[in-house]
Each structure stands twice: as C-alpha cells, then as structure tokens.
Design a protein around this ligand. Sequence first.
Ligand code: FAD
Length: 305
Amino acid sequence: PFDVLVVGGGPAGASAAIYAARKGIRTGIVAERFGGQVNDTLSIENIIGTKATEGPQFVSSLEGHVADYPIEVMKSQRVSSIVRKEQVEVVLENGAVLKGKTVILSTGARYRQLNVPGEEAFKNKGVAYCPHCDGPIFKGKNVAVVGGGNSGVEAAIDLAGIVNHVTVLQHNDELKADQVLQERLHSLSNVTVLTNASTQKITGTDKVNGLTYLDRVTGEVHHIELEGVFVQIGLLPNTEFLQGTIDLNAHGEIIIDKHGATSMPGVFAAGDCTDTAYKQIIISMGTGATAALGAFDYMIRNIAP
Ligand code: FAD
C-alpha cells in the first residue's frame, strides 16, 4: 500500500504529495486531470514570489516539481468511492482498488456555469469567475456580476473599488446576500442592481463587449455594453462521491480540522474541496502541505512501521 495516497492532482494535491514524499514515505497521486482548474486559467498574478505566470505553464512546473520526487502519478483515473477497512481503500471508476495507510483528498471544485451562449467562447476573454484573481484585469472598465447571493454581492463590492462601473444581475426579485453586504453595496455610487434579470447571452467579437438579459417582469430584452462578466452563481466542491462516507458541510465541502483531518480516521483533505475559507492556488498549496504533515503525524502515532 501507499503510505500517503493523494486523490486529485491540482495545486493542493501536488503540494501534499511533495510534502509527503520529502518524508521518505511511499507516495502516490491519482487524478483525473493533473493540474486541475489551473489548466483553464490564463494569467495568474497572485502566486506570491511568482509575479506572473500562465495556467498551462504553472501546471508544467507543478508536474516538473512532482517528478523530482519518487511519487507514483496515476493520471486519467477517476475515483468513485473510498472505504475504510484495515487500510483506506480508494476505488477507481474502472474497478481497480488502491490502498493507502493514509489518504489525502484534494479533488477541488468547479464554478457553476450560466450555460448561456457566449459563456464558453469568451472564457478568459472577458468571462471570469474569480474576482480576487481577475478583478485587476478590468481596472477602469465596465463589468457585470451575475448572481446576487453572498459571493455575487461580495464580488460586486470588491470590483467596484477597481473597475469603472458594476452592474449586478439577479435572477430573482431580490438579492440573497446578507443584509450588511446589501447595505454596503447600495452605498456605492458606481453599482447598479438589476433584479428579475435573467442573463440570456454574453456578446463579443474576439472578447466580451456586452451582455443581453431578459427583464422577467416586463418581458423586454435589454443589452448592456461592458467588457467583463463575472459569473458568481456558486462554487461546487467535487465531493459527490464522498456522500455518506465522510462528513461534508451544507455546501458539500469536506469538513477538516486544523491538521487537515476529516471525519474518517487516516483520511485528510486540502484545497477547494474542503471547508477552508477562500479558494485560491496559494491557499490550496498551503492546506496541501498541512494535510501531508497531518497524515505523516497520524502515521507515526497510529501505524506500526
Ligand atoms: P483543483 O485545481 O480543482 O484540482 C482538483 C484535482 O482533483 C484535479 O486533478 C481533478 O482532476 C481531480 N479530481 C476531481 N475529482 C476527482 C475524482 N473523483 N477522482 C480523481 N481525481 C479527481 N486561483 C488563484 O489563486 N489565482 C488565479 O489567478 C486563479 N484564477 C482562476 C481562474 C479560473 C478560470 C478558475 C476556474 C480558477 C482560478 N483560480 C485561481 C482558483 C484556483 O484554480 C483553485 O483555487 C485551485 O486550482 C484549487 O486547487 P485544488 O488542488 O484544491 O483543486
């Protein structure tokens, strides 16, 4: 068996595997798509110490760093369940079973998509999902935030300090964000809130130039000219396969303690799939390190050599 078997090969998984391997213990990574969400990112400017990089370039540097250690990397493999027996058994979709004395889950998350025309075509060309990541790209420009929950309203408040103007589009008749956030939003002079506004289409040529929405009360269709659209309708953790086996919170995030431990003995977790606050590369890498050190600590206390 592996001493540490990491499920997921994004920033959290790569960091966990390197920290584990540096302890001289048998380490593996099983991942559907090595690199994770970073594969879909263009410019990255907030990995501290690396002023600017691009997603694919960063994925290959992660891969190169992992390859410097004796880590067994199993790519294009999807995990369908985990079971606690004498060891932790990780069951793959193809039926194979991998065993770990400890397991680190780092299966990440995915942004919920609007699924309207233009969203896919203009990803990284004006369509964005992460205000902390891409806000500064839109300095002085006009943008929309689609979604009126906490994440949408937080994004709008954040962006209002950077961009020229923010239009918030909420599908329902009222914002769903906490009252204190709504009050802050309404105090800002460069924000417009549209309720009952159903986004129909994101328009553009080589990049975004506008957004079309349906006013659900009047039935009229309107077009707004702008340069960026932030989609803020939810971040879904990739944890469906853990339901009923590991404690998840109401958002489906894996509940971890300060050592990265989950509710299943010997199983740790890190990154966007967990209940850690804020989902960022640098945070995923930090929690990956924590989970690996937590797993190592667990082994020396609970598992005979
Ligand atoms: P992920 O990167 O999501 O990796 C999850 C891994 O688990 C993948 O290898 C995946 O294939 C695998 N996996 C999932 N389910 C299974 C399964 N059942 N079996 C096997 N493997 C599985 N953050 C920043 O800090 N700066 C940025 O500029 C930035 N820009 C972004 C731009 C975009 C478009 C997006 C989508 C995100 C951006 N982020 C950015 C967020 C950042 O990418 C994430 O916080 C980070 O990738 C999370 O790392 P992770 O390792 O936890 O998960």
